[in-house]
Design a protein around this ligand. Structure first.
Ligand code: GLC
Length: 540
């Protein structure tokens, strides 16, 4: 379907919201969230202004890595519901004018997937070459030094067939051999299965891991390794990830999506910016949105963040659409990283930058990482590693809906404990209060969706110092916006190059400031962020 060049597509104009289905809403009181639960909360998401929902995996899985170990790519895990529930979900999402994005995990399967059971059954099984098998070195040692992200070697010995298989993550998550065309075809048909059902896009898990060096060369030692880092960081994964051949595969996946109108692909890619942007593909025929994780990784420092925004804007390929993320199910929550006051500034940053924002569930109500006692740790990344602080459980706790027992998430004890402060920090307590984080998120989303300059307009940096980031968003003949964000707790003086500039504060992290007229000489309170409307006839 041809679209006029000036028109932006839904995934460029919209706001994506990530749901971790185990923790969103439990409808059958087993303590685990499910699809009917999500359906019950779609009105909330619509009220918030969300336009697309991404679900972490809901497929059948032994749950060694909470669904990222898939044993059937074309089914629904009974914990989450049935295929009828899924069909109902997609219908209800679309009925509200929203889009549905599924997680696709092509790098590895569960060790219980029938493909792997066959593959490991004998060396001459036709599916042997669907996974990455290797003999030991002649001296009997491991095939190479590659490490698992979750600790230890990436190689697991298979006694019956006397070979090793490679797993970038758990040994229960063997990596597929994407150099095998049969594997490619099998995964492409999985994509078509969901696209035929009307799914609007995929978030592709660990996209940069999909192809490995054909010669299995040893990874070099990381000269910057420090003892407090995860053991995986001891080596630089130059031969086990981000291989040149991956781009051909991403392009093939893109071709599948392009068989359907307006479908999209997000790539989960943790790489430096210069490498990240190569995943947009040649002529833009790669991922639509290679996830940009800079705001998750950089220290909360105005100068570093301002520089990173400008660098990213500068290296985006022609036609490459930007995107921004503050949190996800693998990372500490933004409120825990920067504190409650700065989390408001972060929300303003996320929702005023140029590019598609992705919101992690619960961040809109200021959910914090929850302390999970040692004996309750469930995440394999926490269980496998000597450092329990690497566990991702704290940022995966149940959504806090109200102040009833179990926070309105469930009537049964949830699979992971709920934040102690849930009786104060919850959707129903925040929904009708003008000063809350939820109200701020909703207003930021509404403004972004109403104003062409904020939704898709151009970005121009106008100010940066040790405390403050300032930029302008403009579109055609519409009103422009000046955004000034104080990333520190201390007051800040700002003198813009254009001192004559005049505008009115449209939205602020402290709502009392709204309506105030400001000029090019401004002082901000600590933790203050403002969005200033510049009337179309007053700016060029
Ligand atoms: C991705 C997922 C993470 C998972 C890993 C292995 O990074 O986001 O949750 O553990 O892949 O599938």
């Amino acid at each position: 379907m041809e679209t006029p060049l000036s028109k932006h597509l839904w995934w460029q104009e919209g706001v994506i919201y990530q749901i971790y289905p185990r923790s969103y809403k439990d409808s059958n009181q087993d303590g685990v969230g499910d699809l009917p639960g999500i359906i019950k909360r779609l009105d909330y998401l619509q009220w918030l202004g969300i336009t697309a929902v991404w679900l972490s995996p809901v497929y059948p899985s032994p749950m060694a890595d909470f669904g990222y170990d898939i044993s059937d790519y074309q089914g629904i895990h009974p914990l989450f519901g049935t295929m009828q529930d899924f069909d109902r979900l997609i219908g209800e999402v679309h009925r509200r004018g929203m889009k549905l994005i599924l997680d696709l995990v092509p790098n590895h399967t569960s060790d219980q997937h029938p493909w792997f059971l066959e593959s490991r059954s004998s060396r001459d099984n036709p599916k042997r070459d669907w996974y990455i098998w290797s003999d030991p070195k002649p001296d009997g040692s491991l095939p190479n030094n590659w490490l698992s992200v979750f600790g230890g070697s990436g190689w697991e010995w298979d006694e019956p067939t006397q070979q090793y298989y490679y797993h970038a993550f758990l040994k229960e998550q063997p990596d597929l051999n994407w150099r095998n065309p049969a594997v490619q075809e099998a995964m492409f048909s999985v994509m078509r299965f969901w696209l035929d059902k009307g799914v609007d896009g995929f978030r592709v898990d660990v996209m940069w891991h999909m192809v490995k060096d054909a010669r299995f060369r040893d990874n070099p030692v990381n000269p910057n390794y420090q003892p407090h880092m995860a053991t995986y960081e001891q080596l630089l994964p130059v031969y086990s990830t981000d291989q040149p051949e991956v781009h051909e595969l991403v392009m093939k996946m893109r071709h599948i999506l392009d068989e359907y109108p307006e479908r999209m692909m997000i790539g989960e890619i943790y790489l430096p910016i210069q490498q990240l942007v190569t995943y947009y593909g040649i002529d833009g025929k790669g991922a639509h949105l290679p996830f940009n994780f800079q705001l998750l990784q950089l220290p909360w420092d105005a100068q570093q963040i301002a520089a990173a925004i400008d660098q990213y804007e500068g290296v985006l390929p022609a036609g490459g659409w930007p995107n921004w993320v503050l949190g996800n199910h693998d990372q500490p929550r933004i409120t825990s990283r920067v504190g409650k006051e700065q989390a408001r500034v972060a929300a303003m940053l996320l929702l005023t930058l140029r590019g598609t924002p992705t919101i992690y569930y619960g961040d809109e109500i200021c959910m914090r990482d929850v302390a999970i006692p040692f004996e309750e740790v469930q995440d394999p990344q926490g269980l496998n590693m000597p450092d329990k602080n690497l566990s991702r459980d704290p940022s995966r706790t149940p959504m806090q809906w109200d102040n009833s027992a179990f926070a309105g998430f469930s009537e049964a004890r949830p699979w992971l404990r709920i934040a102690q402060n849930y009786s104060r920090e919850n959707v129903s307590a925040q929904q009708n209060d003008p000063g809350t984080m939820l109200t701020l998120y909703r207003r930021l989303i509404q403004l972004r969706q109403q104003e062409p300059a904020l939704m898709t307009g151009e970005y121009t940096p106008v100010y940066a110092d040790k405390q403050v980031i300032g930029y302008m968003r403009k579109a055609g003949g519409a009103d422009a916006f000046l955004i000034l964000l104080n990333l520190s707790h201390r007051p800040a003086y700002i003198r813009l190059a254009d001192e004559q500039l005049q505008g009115t504060v449209e939205l602020a992290t402290y709502p009392e400031l709204e309506g105030i007229v400001v000029s090019g000489r401004i002082n901000l309170n600590g933790d203050e962020g403002i969005i200033v409307r510049l009337k179309a006839d007053q700016h060029s």
